[in-house]
Design a protein around this ligand. Structure first.
Ligand code: AP5
Ligand code: MG
Ligand code: ZN
Length: 216
């Protein structure tokens, strides 16, 4: 299965991609995670991406398309993947069409997670992840079962993203509406767009995505 999760910052793309990975044996391909790894490693791409990400703007199409192109060449993605945060511009969507066609692959569905802007700010400013295994949490909506201890790996260290502050979230939302929302008609016209209610709770959203997957 080859899926795209499309939605604004905080829509729940990463949360649901992790759940789909485990339930359906798919690989999450998050350009945000790949870029953050490049920033942390101080690579040439990371140096270029750092200030752009901190401002909540989009990294250049050239950089992200090159990252995804390399990743799609690896063998592990052949069984199926979930694109999380890519494509984000019509140019990226066109580039992806070309990459998939070259590899003889086709998209099964583009799942749009519809969420109003206002709750997104609270979702993002309350978000944190386990420093050990990367599992995502939220101060209010997804707390570890035991306070301060990761459910999955037992680590007691957690981290927050540099771009998870209110000001940057507003820029990321503006970038979504201006540059990423045009992908909705792009995929609608190809007959692969499936929209779900991302305002529901996490478990319910997973159920809605599973319903979409049953239908394809
Ligand atoms: P990226 O890492 O992709 O960030 P984003 O799109 O802003 O999305 P987020 O990761 O913030 O949100 P999410 O939808 O994954 O939500 P999550 O599941 O964590 O990109 C970061 C930056 O990298 C970009 O700004 C850009 O600079 C650059 N970049 C990346 N890809 C690029 C590209 N293709 N082109 C150009 N630049 C690119 O959920 C959020 C929180 O809410 C969590 O705490 C979670 O527990 C909670 N939550 C989730 N679902 C629910 C729910 N249903 N109800 C209540 N709480 C919920
Ligand atoms: Mg994410
Ligand atoms: Zn952990």
């Amino acid at each position: 299965m080859k899926l795209i999760l499309l939605g604004p910052p905080g829509a729940g793309k990463g949360t649901q991609a992790k759940r789909l990975e485990e339930a359906h044996n798919l690989i999450q391909l998050s350009t945000g995670d790949m870029l953050r790894a490049a920033v942390a490693a101080g690579t040439e791409v990371g140096v270029k991406a750092k200030t752009v990400m901190e401002a909540g703007e989009l990294v250049s199409d050239e950089i992200v398309v090159a990252i995804i192109s390399d990743r799609l060449d690896e063998d592990d993605i052949k069984a199926g993947f979930i694109l999380d945060g890519f494509p984000r511009t019509v140019a990226q969507a066109r580039a992806l069409d070309g990459l998939l066609a070259d590899k003889g692959m086709m998209l099964d569905a583009v799942v749009e997670m519809q969420v109003d802007d206002e709750p997104l700010v609270g979702r993002i400013t309350g978000r944190y992840t386990c420093a050990g295994c990367g599992k995502g949490y939220h101060d209010t909506f997804e707390k570890p079962k035991k306070d301060g201890v990761c459910d999955k790996c037992g680590s007691t260290e957690f981290k927050r993203r540099a771009d998870d502050n209110e000001e940057t979230v507003r820029s990321r939302l503006a970038a979504y509406h201006a540059q990423t929302a045009p992908l909705l008609p792009y995929y609608e016209s190809r007959g692969v767009l499936k929209s779900i209610d991302g305002m529901a709770d996490i478990e319910d959203v997973t159920g809605q995505i599973n319903e979409v997957l049953k239908g394809i």
